[in-house]
Write a protein that binds this ligand. Structure first.
Ligand SMILES: NC(=O)c1ccc[n+]([C@@H]2O[C@H](COP(=O)([O-])OP(=O)(O)OC[C@H]3O[C@@H](n4cnc5c(N)ncnc54)[C@H](O)[C@@H]3O)[C@@H](O)[C@H]2O)c1
Length: 447
């Protein structure tokens, strides 16, 4: 937590900041093993004609949530799940107001709003398609309204036929695991066959082998620790110069390690050999290794262009393609890339980085389609401002702006990115492919 957010988290500091009229970033509820799914009961509201409520109710009840179907005007809720899939006319959009407006002020801190919808392209007529598309503006605005209390809002679009695939996305989005994810649109589809649940949701990665590049520190180390917490066997990969912290991390998570520069021509072969020899398989491949070489384009050296493209984009593309061709990645495997909000919006002084990170989104688009018939999902996270050594090097003014200009009013922690990566990497997430999920606290920068 940065110093300002730490001050705001203390009672005395909060009083002082409030008196001065300064913003007080909320303390976010984060996942702890054994904790209830939500901070209070879940209100499941259904607009007329909704087709997703039954599946949502089953998923939430199975997760141990207390699900209520009508609002008594008094209760406080940990989450509001709204099935808006039945809205087909512009007139019916008034339902959004009727079902959410009275409830919103009774949403608990770090509460959740999840709007369930159909895909615009699946709608029968133009009006229905337009109405389903409009839910995005509604959801994003709700996220901005409730963010000051640490709450989030997301839109989940469910393709026709994917109604029974809601458990994994819904559990993630209503839980504390999605603490720093807000204003996102997640699509659930039928392109990839596979399971939609796990036997033990408290150890969703049990029996899985998860390889993470750039694992010796920062976000990569958090992914490795979080994967181990969730039951996975971890393969920690980083450059030879980081071998010592890498070996320590691998020992801590009881996994294995591989000192490897991902840009080396034999990187895919060495990963394949390592996972076969040490673990016999690979289930989840996380391309987290990344570098920045920031300079405005007019001052940028070609070498700094090349190295950023090589590490952040060319290596993940080459390694994924090779491991899929070689069968190391097969039915049920998951590939998760790490993009950036800079790859969505661009950033002054980061032409090389933003190009590479937009390329990661291209990798998701193309390889998710190519590998879907083989049962492999390909997704990415796009972090915003996360507190790591990478962002500690950012000039102080930009750093403060990066933290405050977000609905949640703070930077994220590496674990926030890790939770999202591992949700996408879960065996239960077969319905989620081709998605890029921002982990940015609904940052204005990059919007
Ligand atoms: N920190 C943020 O706010 C932020 C925001 C958006 C995206 N990201 C992305 O998240 C990822 C992790 O970022 P971080 O902040 O933890 O960075 P970091 O610099 O702390 O860690 C990156 C790790 O990647 C490793 N690495 C670099 N080049 C490598 C190579 N050729 N082969 C193998 N390993 C290599 C490094 O040794 C390091 O351990 C990166 O892809 C980064 O671009 C970070």
């Amino acid at each position: 937590m940065d110093r300002y957010a730490a001050l705001a988290a203390s009672p005395a500091g909060r009083t002082v900041l409030t008196r001065l009229g300064l913003p007080t970033p909320p303390v976010l509820r984060r996942h702890e093993p054994g904790q209830p799914l939500t901070a209070g009961p879940v209100l499941l509201a259904v607009a007329d004609g909704g087709v997703l409520a039954d599946a949502a109710r089953a998923a939430l009840t199975d997760a141990g949530a207390e699900v209520l179907h009508s609002d008594d005007g008094e209760r406080r809720y940990g989450a509001l799940v709204l099935d808006a899939s039945g809205l087909t006319t512009t007139d019916s959009l008034t339902e959004l107001h009727r079902l959410t407006s009275p409830v919103l002020r009774r949403l608990a801190g770090s509460g959740r709003v999840v709007v369930l919808a159909g895909r615009p392209q699946d709608q029968k007529d133009a009006e229905a398609a337009v109405v389903q598309r409009s839910l995005e503006g509604f959801t994003r605005s709700v996220g901005k309204e409730v963010g000051g209390r640490g709450s989030t809002a997301q839109l989940v679009r469910v393709a026709a036929g994917a109604e029974q695939r809601l458990a994994s996305p819904l559990r993630f989005l209503v839980s504390a695991r999605s603490a720093f994810v807000s204003g996102q649109v997640v699509e659930v589809g039928t392109d990839v066959q596979g399971p939609d649940a796990v036997d033990d949701w408290t150890a969703p990665l049990a029996g899985q082998v998860v390889a993470v590049t750039g694992a010796s520190r920062g976000i990569g180390a958090a992914i490795a620790r979080t994967a181990a917490r969730d039951g996975a066997t971890v393969v920690a990969i980083d450059v030879p110069a980081a071998a010592s912290p890498l070996a320590d991390l691998a020992a801590e998570v009881k996994g294995s390690w591989l000192a490897l520069d991902v840009t080396s021509p034999d990187a895919a072969d060495r990963i394949a050999r390592h996972v076969r020899d040490e673990h016999g398989r690979l289930d989840v491949l996380v391309h987290n290794a990344g570098i920045t070489r920031d300079r405005r384009l007019m001052n940028l050296r070609e070498a700094d262009w090349r190295s950023v493209i090589e590490v952040n984009l060319a290596a993940p593309l080459r390694i994924t393609t090779a491991l899929a061709a070689d069968g190391v990645l097969g039915a049920g495997s998951r590939v998760v890339g790490v993009s950036s909000v800079a790859g969505i919006a661009g950033n002054n002084g980061q032409t090389n980085y933003a190009t590479s990170k937009a390329g990661v989104i291209g990798l998701v688009d193309r390889l998710s389609a190519d590998l879907a018939p083989r049962g492999i999902t390909v997704n990415a996270v796009a972090p915003g401002f996360i507190e790591t050594q990478m962002t500690a090097a950012v000039p102080v003014g930009i750093r403060q702006a990066g933290r405050r200009l977000a609905s949640l009013g703070q930077g994220g922690e590496p674990v926030d990115v890790a939770e999202t990566v591992l949700w996408l990497g879960s065996p239960a997430s077969s319905g989620v492919t081709g998605n890029v999920v921002r982990v940015c606290g609904q940052a204005l920068i990059g919007a």
